[in-house]
Design a protein around this ligand. Structure first.
Ligand code: COA
Length: 267
């Protein structure tokens, strides 16, 4: 396995780049990896690194310790917030982290290794898909604090689980286990905790062999559909056509006809 350490150091994250997969581990296990200002700032920089570093083909987000992926926004930072402070917190987080993950041209996958509550569930949902360990628990408990989700939960939970299930989860604040999350389509696979990262990496290793520009279009087109934006079919026609002008599409067809594996270059 080729291991390349990245040059950035983060206060609240551990990062590792190996086999072109960048693993971001949120590292506040004593606070169940709650998202404070510093974590949001570090995550924003780590996502920028994914966008900018050509050696990174895909990314995993996970949590440190055996108990939590992320147990939500850091509630201790809520006590001094007023309306404008709350709005700024949500806006900053959505713009610098959550939307940037969703719109990334490179795949982001959440490996949910325990509690994914509030902002943690929202962080997992901003990723392109999710795997969960069998001890994972999902929920949007903001209602217990007199609040609503602020990092995209009302939108992305509705997209993933449907209106009725999203309403019930957000209005009750109840948690669901990994099996229920699988049933709802919130996660794609459930593994033993010890197998979670290996299974996630196995899927990304397959994706990393594919043509990067096709992957980029798949992300963008699927996001268009999930958000219910207009013009998705026309965007698909345009993308399908544009890709024929790429070296990788020519390589893909040639490799098929020559009965060999394609070598894609992202061009
Ligand atoms: N913000 C800040 N601190 C948090 C936190 C959060 N969202 N979630 C957990 N922590 C802290 C706890 O305060 C505790 O810190 P302490 O040891 O200094 O007291 C530590 O993490 C461990 O949590 P604890 O509550 O003791 O663990 P538990 O196993 O008894 O319960 C949870 C686990 C996840 C059920 C519980 O921590 C919880 O409900 N957290 C808040 C979830 C939430 O509402 N998230 C949405 C926020 S908008």
């Amino acid at each position: 396995m080729l291991i390349v350490k990245t040059c950035f150091m983060y206060t609240t994250l551990l990062t590792d780049l190996s086999d072109n997969i960048f693993t971001i581990t949120i590292n506040r296990p004593d606070k169940l990896n709650a998202l404070n200002k510093q974590v949001i700032e570090d995550l924003g920089k780590a996502i920028d690194e994914v966008y900018a570093n050509a050696a990174i083909k895909s990314a995993i987000i996970t949590g440190s310790g055996p108990k939590a992926f992320v147990a939500g926004a850091d509630i201790s930072e809520f006590t001094t917030l007023d309306a404008s402070g709350g709005k700024a917190l949500a806006q900053r987080g959505q713009e610098s982290v959550f939307n940037k993950i969703e719109n990334s041209p490179k795949p982001f996958v959440a490996a949910v290794n325990g509690f994914a509550l509030g902002g943690g569930c929202e962080l997992a949902m901003a990723c392109h898909f999710r795997l969960a360990a069998d001890n994972a628990r999902f929920g949007q408990p903001e209602v217990n604090l007199g609040l609503v989700p602020g990092y995209g939960g009302t939108q992305r939970l509705t997209q993933l689980a449907g209106k009725g299930r999203a309403m019930e989860l957000m209005m009750t604040g109840n948690m669901i286990d990994a099996a229920e999350a699988l049933r709802l389509g919130l996660v794609n696979h459930v593994t033993a905790p010890a197998d979670l990262l290996a299974k996630t990496r196995e899927i990304l290793q397959t994706i990393n062999t594919k043509a990067p520009l096709a992957i980029q279009h798949i992300i963008s087109l699927t996001n268009t559909a999930a958000r219910g934006e207009a013009g998705g079919l026309q965007k698909e026609i345009n993308a399908f056509g544009e890709l024929f002008d790429t070296t990788d599409a020519k390589e893909g067809a040639a490799a098929f006809l020559e009965k060999r594996k394609p070598v894609f270059k992202g061009k």
